[in-house]
Write a protein that binds this ligand. Sequence first.
Ligand code: AMP
Length: 432
Amino acid sequence: MSFKDLKVSPELIKQLSAADINKPFPIQKATLPNAISGKDILGRGQTGSGKTLAFGLALLTRLSGRHAAPMRPLALVLSPTRELAMQINDVVAPLSRSVNLNSQVVAGGLSYSKQIQALKRGVPIVVATPGRLIDLIQKKHIKLDDIEITVLDEADQMADMGFLPDVKRILDLTKPGGQRMLFSATLDKDVDSLVKKYLKNPVTHSLANEKSTAGNMTHHVLIMEQSQKDLITNQIAARKGKSIFFVRTKHGADKLAKRMNEAGVNVGALHGGKTQAQRSRVLEAFKAGHTNALVATDVAARGIHVDDVSLVVHVDAPENHKDYLHRAGRTARAGAVGTVVTLATHKQRKGVHGLAARAGVRLNESTVRPLDANLIKVTGAAEPSGIPIVTAQGAKSEGEGRSGGYRGSRSRGGGKKKKSRPRPHERRKRPR
Ligand code: AMP
């Protein structure tokens, strides 16, 4: 089956083909015909399954050539994080031009004036995070009465991050009878409340067991002595290939990144305590391969959509099985293979197996010591160089400062204070 058979606009097919995207992925085959005909869609797909194009091609085909009145967009894509919003827009924007449309990101941590100017000119597609969108609605820079298509991407994460009241408020402002598409990796109580209230007889597509995503992931628990954990973590980070290390707190992320950099592994730290500019720089360095690894907290990781991550490491165990799956979903994207590893002491072993079982995952267990055969076999661990990584300025700084250092001349940290109010998940994550 081709994109043409799925009734995607010919101009878009041409653009896709130029990007070497010729055959639709399963989620696209499953959702596009219904989505293009205007039906509500409920998609359960792991991240990396190709859902951005699934909803993107539908809304671009449907709105092809349409104009939006000033401040009144026609389609709205809601995303939990600004990084994801920007990545969705990176996919949608180039395609939109071929069908005489354009799009704008509306998200916190980015310039207000650019967003407001674009809305004033009239922009058909807005890709937004709930917080900034509400902000601009309150300041009367945007009206949602003309919204015909609303997409909720990663709806479960929006719910987890405390955005549900904002999301409902936004949906209540959109045109009644408009099309709604909701994508979520899990469909628990919160997401179900959205589905029940806002989707009309949705066509449901569940791709939870698609081979192109979850089937290509192998899961391991590595049992080790607590006293050897730091050394082993550094050795895993020194492997070839892109890895993401998950920790629970911002402070923990900075500390681990600092320690890895001191051991000679070039890594960046990504967490909610950094400015947007810092986060973008860390992510770009990782994507471009300037850094081998990312150390991330759960919240920050929600924006990480990098295709060739071959290993995810739970350094701190995830809080629950949902976090396990979200973290794991950063690897084995777009049909690639990936390994997910949880580090545990003998004492933590049972708890880790229980959590994995709740996530529907069976763990291969090995006991490991620094650079032993098991550790190398599962993770590709290697000896770090031992030569500390320093920033271009030679300044010693925490976590991101070092990793971001390859762009040396840019200032960081002490930049302008953000005006946006604290987001719900930040309030939630603050230590009690
Ligand atoms: P997503 O789940 O939307 O983040 O997509 C994951 C990756 O798959 C992205 O890098 C897309 O460019 C890629 N992708 C999506 N659909 C296709 C397709 N039909 N053929 C090839 N690559 C695709």
